[in-house]
Design a protein around this ligand. Structure first.
Ligand code: ZN
Length: 648
């Protein structure tokens, strides 16, 4: 009861809409089902009925000048507080940004919040002021990625502290009685073994998640910990902020919406209903018809037809658009609309010439479950990774080097390998039932050691009696292995080097595998930027006068690389958000060229499939989040056309 009251204290529905909507052409849809998908249409469920009965709210009309003035007056730092704007070369901020005001007021009124707010809209100050704006908050936790922590604590805290009343920083030098305490915890720390009971020790009444998509994977130790805590402490209030809440599926944040807004979540609370909605909203070739989900459609927002779009595609776009509007009009949800960058973007396929027959044969064998050297794969992922490597002319294998001149015993290696597999199988099974101190491979190994040690362990930590541990524990350090790349062909290396050396047109060669990057860089005589802090510091000082080879994982997000306007994707990722990020290194404010050019290899079925998937994901993000995606608005030139998002 108290919980319900907290969720919607006095939030009157401003504009209620009838739950049944426009005469939806269900007949047409179901009649056409065979061409749309094999899946069942989304059916009626109590969850859907709950979502349809949620109050609707026009955020822009919810608060007025007086509300903003009261909010800012209550948060302003006392007169005479010293400010550091001068030394930072910044202007003194006189008021909050409109989106910051709305987010703080809405979180206070709802007792939680789901904020799909884009980059550069002032999320940091929202993080810092939420503990003060949230009624009765005493202890708050802010979760954020470790690369944002120095900026927050060393720069932003001083800057904002000159003008706004900030909470007490846990472990900080000053403590002002009466103000809430804020614990700043990185997701990385939260993921470590010590992170297992962090929240239980701090016991926050408010948790703020910045870049909340770091918690999208329910199966990860990190997210599991987080959700278990909220499950066990239902009075904890949650605010989740992110510019990219969902990148592949609405399942990415249904659980965050649930704990942020509880019964007021615009997504289903029941897992199987989330799955059902996801089957209609998510990307994928086999999509379920929207069925009852079309009840979310608001007839006063008709969709403009798109050229070349068929009926099924249009229905899908319609239901995604309706879902996004419904979500954003839900109390507790505060969203920004992004605007696109002005310069144009061209994507085209690069033909590397004839693929060697030997490689094509090896790819077939790899997909069938065997590496070119005869090793059998144990899972699907290994097959796909191997096929991706072979498309670039090489593959990874394990080698057991001689130790101080003595070869390792082949029989020992065989025994080591089979015991390793057996232990990993047991570990995978046990990980399906995570708990504090038992929710990551490393913690489980420690628990297994405790369970089998002698004299017996008598401490407070849990133990795990893994049957396969004694055999594996006895042998696991006795064999040493290294990963090595075996090269079969340099046709991609040579072609990528040729691309990098095109006269007067320097660019970035993006790739996934470091050995490949080094080899291309060497062939072209240009620098390679892999992982590590030094590469991060030097890549941003490139002049743009020569090409570079760069790791997509290390440099594909966060950096400004507008000195380049061309890029080549040697290993095209299957992830739409990864493309958006990587292209965004060049295609962004500050780019001086009129056109950014992107080229990619598509010479095997896996590469084509990966790019199709990425385009599918991009369409999903654009239609459900309302953020224009580069893969969707790009101009497709020549051979790349058949895989472009517009023509699928
Ligand atoms: Zn100032």
């Amino acid at each position: 009861m108290r919980l319900l009251h907290r969720l919607n204290p006095g939030a009157a529905p401003l504009a209620e809409r009838p739950a049944t909507v426009a005469p939806v052409t269900l007949a047409k849809l179901t009649g056409d089902r065979a061409t749309i998908a094999k899946g069942q249409p989304v059916g009626w469920s109590p969850d859907l009925a709950r979502v349809l009965s949620l109050p609707r709210r026009d955020l822009a009309a919810s608060y007025g000048r007086a509300d903003f003035a009261t909010l800012e007056a209550s948060l302003r730092a006392p007169p005479g507080t010293p400010c550091v704007c001068g030394t930072l070369g910044k202007r003194c901020p006189s008021s909050l940004l409109p989106i910051q005001r709305l987010a703080l007021l809405e979180a206070a009124r709802t007792g939680g919040g789901l904020f799909p707010i884009g980059v550069g809209h002032g999320k940091t100050l929202i993080d810092l002021l939420l503990p003060l704006a949230m009624p009765g908050c005493k202890v708050a936790v802010l979760l954020l990625p470790s690369n944002l922590r120095p900026q927050l604590l060393d720069v932003d805290w001083q800057f904002y502290g000159g003008h706004w009343c900030l909470p007490n920083l846990a472990g900080g030098r000053w403590f002002r009685p009466g103000l809430p305490v804020l614990h700043v915890i990185t997701y990385e720390k939260f993921s470590t073994q010590e992170g297992t009971d962090l929240l239980t020790r701090v016991r926050p009444d408010l948790i703020i998640c910045d870049e909340a998509h770091k918690l999208k994977d329910r199966k990860s130790a990190r997210t599991g910990r987080f959700l278990r805590y909220l499950e066990q402490h239902p009075q904890t209030r949650l605010v989740a902020q992110s510019g990219t809440l969902a990148t592949r599926t609405v399942k990415d944040y249904a659980h965050l919406a649930e704990y942020a807004l509880r019964d007021g979540s615009p997504l289903p609370l029941k897992h199987h209903v989330v799955e059902e909605w996801a089957s209609a909203l998510d990307p994928g070739l086999v999509a379920a018809p929207p069925g009852e989900l079309l009840k979310l459609v608001d007839p006063s927002h008709p969709l403009a037809p798109l050229e070349g779009e068929n009926e099924a595609e249009r229905e899908r776009r319609r239901v995604r658009d309706a879902y996004r509007r419904w979500r954003n009009a839900t109390p507790g949800v505060v969203a920004t609309d992004e605007s696109a960058v002005g310069m144009s973007l061209t994507i085209r396929t690069r033909d590397p010439g004839k693929v060697p027959d030997e490689l094509l044969a090896h790819i077939q064998t790899a997909l069938g479950g065997q590496r070119p050297d005869g090793e059998e794969f144990v899972d699907e992922l290994q097959r796909v990774v191997c096929a991706r490597q072979l498309a670039s002319g090489f593959f990874h294998r394990w080698r057991y080097p001689a130790i101080q001149g003595t070869p390792q015993d082949p029989e020992l290696i065989l025994r080591w390998f089979s015991r390793r597999q057996e232990f990993n199988r047991e570990l995978r099974e046990r990980l399906k039932r995570p708990a504090e101190h038992l929710d990551s491979p490393g913690l489980l190994v420690r628990a297994a050691i405790r369970a089998h040690q002698s004299p017996p362990y008598d401490g407070d930590l849990p133990t795990w009696r893994a049957h396969s541990w004694p055999a594996w524990g006895e042998i696991h350090k006795r064999v040493v292995h290294v990963t090595e790349a075996v090269w079969l062909s340099d046709f991609i290396v040579n072609d990528a080097a040729k691309w990098a050396l095109r006269k007067g047109q320097p660019g970035i060669v993006w790739m996934e595998f470091p050995e490949l990057g080094e080899r291309i860089a060497k062939a072209a005589g240009v620098p390679f930027y892999g992982g590590g802090p030094e590469a991060s510091a030097t890549i941003i000082r490139e002049s743009g006068k020569r090409s570079i080879v760069a790791s997509l994982r290390a440099h594909g997000t966060g950096k400004n690389l507008t000195m380049f306007s061309r890029m080549l994707f040697v290993n095209p990722p299957a992830d739409g958000a990864a493309w958006e990020q990587a292209i965004g290194r060049c295609h962004r404010q500050g780019q001086l060229a009129d056109d950014v050019e992107v080229e990619l290899y598509q010479h095997t079925a896996e590469l084509v499939g990966a790019f199709q998937k990425a385009c599918d994901f991009a369409r999903f993000i654009e239609q459900t989040e309302g953020t224009p995606q580069k893969l969707c608005f790009a101009h497709y030139d020549g051979a790349g056309h058949e895989t472009s998002p517009q023509t699928q």
